[in-house]
Write a protein that binds this ligand. Structure first.
Ligand code: GLA
Length: 416
């Protein structure tokens, strides 16, 4: 899609309209299966960003999120005999199994998400009806939580076909089961909570300890902004990265801090169990890696609180500075960046028109996001095109730039 023309004419990748994406999915579904067109439905699960609160959901912290106007979409219809058959526009292989005999986790296979979703549903509900579906999304994979989005699309479709009334909070738990138990990623509830609860022009604030969700309206005074996504060109699954080892370090830090303070250590220690006062008093006695992880947690907790205040006041520069500080903490204290993401972060942090930037998601792959002034779209794209491929020539054929807007929550599309 990207031409090799001069810098000023290099295009950004513009998304196809949603209706066009849906038409492709529906026509592919009709081509693959002899379905009654009247039974075809479409589910949409938008992708998410997390401006503040990186890597503290698994420590029961406070996190923020927003969805963007780019989604995972699936056209689906009921299948006979409790079969599940899903094709993807993004992957070549097909997923095929019976609801009575769900195959085990297979490393690196995109089918894990629907198998996990089925098993999660079957723990609480009877699931007689299977589905045929075609799933797809236009964004590159990595950092925007397409994995939680696709799992939610499967859950909502299976729930619709089986007439199950499942609350968004219950669906948060089902995604958690899929990722933590079936796939083996020890992540938190940020991704699915944002995708299931977000509301247009609101920042979603999630307390991962109490599971309280607050939808914080955007101040009418806020200046126009875009959500910029710059995909680094690097995609790979999170299992096998340092994600789980960082979670383990946070737990070790918790245990050590509570012991140093003479407090009881709970069975599943998380940094939220430690007060900021204990960290201030005892943090210097931790080994360096554990001290950094804990410092990231407490810094990020404060930035979330300050960021919510800035959002409510419509103060984009203040919010942006916190986002960039969060990105720096991810690099220096949580040590989660890849060289490509760190370069993108530095480019964006130095470019006029960017209010704030950080890695998106876990930060071991995928993309950087930024809150930007829409008037600076061209000059920001030009800066990325000039500097990024020069620094990472291997990614030159793959990286991409996307200007997005905030969106709402996942759901079935009426009359699609
Ligand atoms: C991934 C995980 C989330 C969260 C983020 C980092 O997206 O799935 O649970 O930990 O990384 O904030």
């Amino acid at each position: 899609m990207r031409s090799t023309a001069t810098l000023s004419t290099l295009p950004v990748i513009s998304a196809r309209p949603e209706a066009e994406q849906i038409a492709t999915l529906v026509s592919q579904l009709k081509q693959n299966h002899a379905v009654d067109p009247a039974t075809i439905r479409v589910v949409k699960a938008p992708l998410r960003i997390c401006p503040l609160g990186a890597h503290i959901d698994h420590q029961l912290g406070l996190v923020t999120g927003m969805t963007i106007d780019q989604s995972v979409l699936m056209a689906f219809a009921p299948a006979a005999n409790g079969q599940v058959h899903v094709d993807s526009l993004n992957f070549a292989s097909t997923v095929n199994f019976s609801l009575n005999d769900v195959p085990p986790y297979q490393k690196g296979d995109w089918g894990n998400y629907i198998r996990g979703a089925v098993l999660a549903l079957q723990r609480e509900h009877r699931l007689p009806h299977g589905l045929v579906g075609v799933v797809g999304g236009d964004m590159p994979i990595g950092g925007l939580s397409s994995s939680a989005a696709v799992t939610i699309a499967y859950l909502l479709a299976l729930e619709a076909l089986n007439a199950l009334n499942v609350s968004p909070a219950e669906n948060v738990g089902m995604v958690r089961y899929t990722e933590n138990q079936y796939i083996g990623l020890n992540n938190g509830i940020l991704d699915q909570s944002v995708i299931l609860f977000s509301e247009h022009n609101h920042l979603t604030l999630i307390d991962c300890q109490t599971m309280q969700i607050d939808k914080i309206p955007c101040s009418p005074a806020i200046a126009p902004f875009d959500i910029l996504v710059v995909y680094s060109g690097v995609t790979h699954v999170l299992v096998g990265t340092d994600y789980n080892s960082r979670v383990a370090e946070c737990q070790q830090a918790t245990r050590r801090l509570l012991e140093l303070a003479g407090q009881p250590v709970p069975a599943n220690p998380r940094l939220r169990h430690v007060s900021p006062e204990i960290f201030r008093a005892e943090g210097h006695r931790l080994p360096d890696n554990l001290r950094r992880r804990a410092a990231h947690f407490f810094g990020e907790m404060q930035r979330v609180t300050d960021g919510v205040t800035a959002w409510q006041a419509g103060d984009l520069p203040a919010l942006g500075q916190l986002v960039t500080a969060s990105g720096e903490s991810s690099i220096k204290l949580y040590e989660s960046g890849s060289p490509q993401l760190i370069t993108l972060y530095e480019i964006l942090a130095e470019t006029p028109g960017v209010y704030g930037t950080r890695f998106s998601g876990a930060g071991f792959r995928g993309c950087c996001i930024a809150l930007i002034d829409p008037a600076a779209r061209g000059s920001i794209a030009e800066a990325v095109h000039r500097r990024y491929p020069a620094a990472h020539p291997d990614e030159a054929p793959r990286y991409s730039i996307h200007f997005c807007r905030p969106d709402g929550c996942a759901g079935l599309i009426p009359n699609a």
